[in-house]
Every structure is written in C-alpha cells, then in structure tokens.
Design a protein around this ligand. Structure first.
Ligand code: IPE
Ligand code: IPE
Ligand code: MG
Length: 256
C-alpha cells in the first residue's frame, strides 16, 4: 500500500475507527465481593451496554468485544453453561435496542459448537440488524485469532480449487477479506481490562498496527470514564489530539 493510502486510513481527530476490547476480570470482581464468578459475568453485561453506547455515540465505526475464547471451554462446565445461558438471555433482551440504535451486530467465532438455540438467536439478530449503518458491533464468541486465520486459509484453498482465485492473486488483501472481520478497518486501539498484558489469542492479523492499552480496571468497573481515558491515551499517542479523558467526554457532549 502507498504511504498516502495508508495515511488515508488513519483515524480522524484521534478517534479510533476500530476498537477491540478484551473484557477481562469478571471472575476476580466477583471473588473480591465473596460471590460466585458468574455474578461477575452478569455484572459485566452492564459494562458491555455502556461500552457499546459510548462507542456508538463517539462515532467509532467498529467495536469488537472478546466475550468467549476458544480456550474458555476449559473452564468448569457450570461456568461455561452459565455463560451460554447469559449470552442467549442478553442477546434476546438487547437486540431490539441495538437495532433501534442503528447498530449492526455480528457474532464472530466458530458457532458450530453452540447450541442450536443460540445459533438461531444469533442468526436472527444478525439478520435483523444487517442493513443498519451505525456502529458495527462484533461479539467474538468461541473465537480464536489462530482459528480466524485458519478458516481464512481454508477459504483461500477452496476458492482456488473452485477457480475463483489464482495463486498470483494471493496477497494480504486476499487474507484480510476472508477473515471474520472482512470489510472493517484494522484495529486501531486494543484495550485489555483486568491488568494482564497479553493478547490471549484474540485478533492476531487485525492487531498488526494497533495501539495497545492495558488497564487494571476489572471489566464490570469499566465505565465511560475508563473508556474515555483509553481513547484519550490513544489520541495522545497519535499526537493529533493530545486531549484528556474529560475533553473526550466534552467532545461527546457537544456532538450529542
Ligand atoms: C473475562 O473475565 C470474561 C470471560 C473470559 C468470559 P474472567 O472470567 O476471565 O475473569 P478473571 O480473569 O478470572 O477475573
Ligand atoms: C480472555 O480472557 C478472553 C476473554 C476475555 C473472553 P481470559 O481470562 O480467558 O484470558 P487468559 O486465560 O487470562 O489468557
Ligand atoms: Mg480472565
């Protein structure tokens, strides 16, 4: 890509176009309160609502949330099934509100391992919101970055077998356009809550040039102030906006 073309992709006014979040720390949040881990996951749902609403009002194009990794099946059966129930419940309860807010919902990840009921809910929610033009909300569920690359390579292979792709056309775009995030800009800002400094097999290809932001805040406590701080940090790293979290919130107040 030419320098001009890549500069053209840079986010406007320090606002990232694509934000990805590893929503970590629910279990510890609950344990600190002497509660079961599931209590933390339930509390995390409100933080998801806040983050989606904030991203949407800020004019971010895409928000990708890591909800369940391909490795999270290793957790106790009781926690996994509680999480699945929570997804079904939240999806059913939120989709109308998302649709009203012009948000396009996509669930990325290997869905074949989900119950029939959950798969149907997901398909219905995606279909309902498919033509919305506001924020693209990707929920990564049973997602792994290596899996995403693998399924892209498999699609390359089958498109080659079908004569739809020549080996001379195998370039970066051929991979990017077959990832689950096809059509979206690369991630500009990755946020991880919960204090750990790792990627945990989240988006790999898409994070190539992302700014990484780690905060000790546990996911259920991640509110608009915390999200603003992350955006402000991104903006200052861009050296374009250099503003504070307060200014980001003021910007939002004026644009709203
Ligand atoms: C993140 O919180 C949510 C999921 C992985 C589903 P955790 O459940 O990993 O919380 P901690 O890291 O144990 O505190
Ligand atoms: C990453 O959190 C996955 C999600 C937030 C869904 P984990 O808690 O599963 O990550 P590790 O195990 O600490 O790397
Ligand atoms: Mg964790």
């Amino acid at each position: 890509m030419s320098l001009e073309a890549s500069l053209g992709d840079l986010p406007n006014k320090g606002i990232p176009r694509h934000v990805a979040i590893i929503m970590d720390g629910n279990g510890r949040w609950a344990q600190q309160r002497g509660k079961m881990r599931v209590f933390g996951h339930k509390a995390g749902v409100q933080a998801v609502r806040n983050a989606v609403s904030f991203a949407s009002r800020l004019g971010i194009e895409a928000l990708t949330l890591f909800a369940f990794s391909s490795e999270n099946w290793r957790r106790p059966e009781s926690e996994v099934s509680a999480l699945m129930e929570l997804f079904i419940h939240v999806l059913g309860g939120e989709v109308k509100k998302l649709h009203k807010s012009n948000i396009r919902l996509r669930v990325i990840g290997e869905q074949s391992r989900f119950s029939e009921r959950l798969q149907q809910k997901v398909a219905a929610a995606e279909a309902l919101t498919a033509n919305n033009t506001g924020l693209v909300l990707n929920v990564a569920a049973n997602y792994g970055g290596r899996w995403d690359l693998l399924q892209a390579f498999q699609r390359v292979q089958s498109d080659m077998d079908a004569g739809l792709l020549e080996s001379s056309q195998l370039n970066e775009d051929a991979i990017t356009s077959r990832l689950t995030t096809a059509g979206l800009p690369d991630v500009d800002l990755l946020i991880r809550t919960g204090g750990d400094h790792r990627i945990s097999n989240f988006l790999l290809w898409q994070l190539a040039y992302a700014e990484l932001y780690f905060t000790p805040v546990l996911w259920p406590d991640f509110d608009e102030v915390a999200f603003s701080e992350a955006i402000a940090s991104f903006a200052s790293r861009e050296r374009r906006f250099g503003c504070t979290g307060e200014q980001i919130r003021a910007l939002l107040a004026h644009s709203g």
